[in-house]
Every structure is written in C-alpha cells, then in structure tokens.
Design a protein around this ligand. Sequence first.
Ligand code: HEC
Length: 121
Amino acid sequence: MKIARIVLISFVAVCLLVVVAFAAGDAAKGKTLFNDPKFAGGSKACSACHPNGKGLEKAGEKMEFRIMGGTQKSLEEAVNACIVNANKGKAIDAKSAQMQDMVAYIKSLKGAAGKKPASGY
Ligand code: HEC
C-alpha cells in the first residue's frame, strides 16, 4: 500500500505544479503578444512604444497607474488602458490566459533595467 500512497502523492504534486504554472501565466507567450501588432485587435505592438519592455520594469510591483489621463488600479487595468488608448484594440478579460501571459511577461521585466536582455538583442 505504501507504493500506492507514494504514487498518489506524486500525482497530486504534479497536478498542483501544472495548475500553478498555468495560473502564473507564461512570460514567453506574453512577450510574443507584446511584440504582436494585432494583439487584442490593435494596430500597434506594445513594443512600438515600450521597446523590449523598456520603462515597464517597475510596473509589476505598482498598485496604481496613471496612463493617458486615467487611473488604473491593477496591472491588468493598465494593460487594458494601453490596449484601448494606445493600440486602438479591444480590452481583454483580466482573467484570460492572454492577460495572464502578458502580466507574467511584464513582471519578468523586473530588474531588467541596465542588464542586457536575455534574448541577446
Ligand atoms: C502609443 C504608445 C503606446 C503603446 C502602443 C503602448 N503603450 Fe503602454 N504606455 C504608454 C504611455 C505613454 C504610458 C504612460 C507613461 C509611462 O508610464 O510610461 C504607458 C504605460 C504603460 C504601463 C504602466 C507603466 C507604469 O509603470 O506605470 C504599462 C503596464 C503598459 N503601458 C503596458 C502596455 C502594453 C501591455 C501595451 C500593449 C498592449 C502597451 N503598453 C502599448 C504608451 C504606449
């Protein structure tokens, strides 16, 4: 019976890991969206104004944003403010996978200032 218990515990652990990995969003996918002019139906890529995420290094830790005359209370709202006002796209669901990937990418920029980007360009 011991083996069955070990197998069960391992299985639960793997499931939890998968759930956490998905819930946390995928920074690599977020970066792809960030560079995509068609993201959220827009006409401009986020990277057109924030090349390589420049200027967003602190955004992952902020509680309040002021973008283009508005106040945003979360990173998701800030992303949507830029989608609507800057990219001329449509706001996306704050809980959607795309938003979580985008947020994961922006959070990954933390401390990137002054360092060479990992992608090598
Ligand atoms: C037309 C230019 C433009 C485009 C395109 C753009 N932004 Fe912005 N963004 C700005 C400006 C201007 C600000 C406010 C000033 C600032 O904080 O740099 C800003 C602020 C932000 C902030 C808050 C930064 C902070 O620390 O307060 C985030 C997050 C952000 N943008 C994400 C995005 C994302 C994600 C996209 C793509 C969906 C995007 N932006 C597209 C111009 C743009």
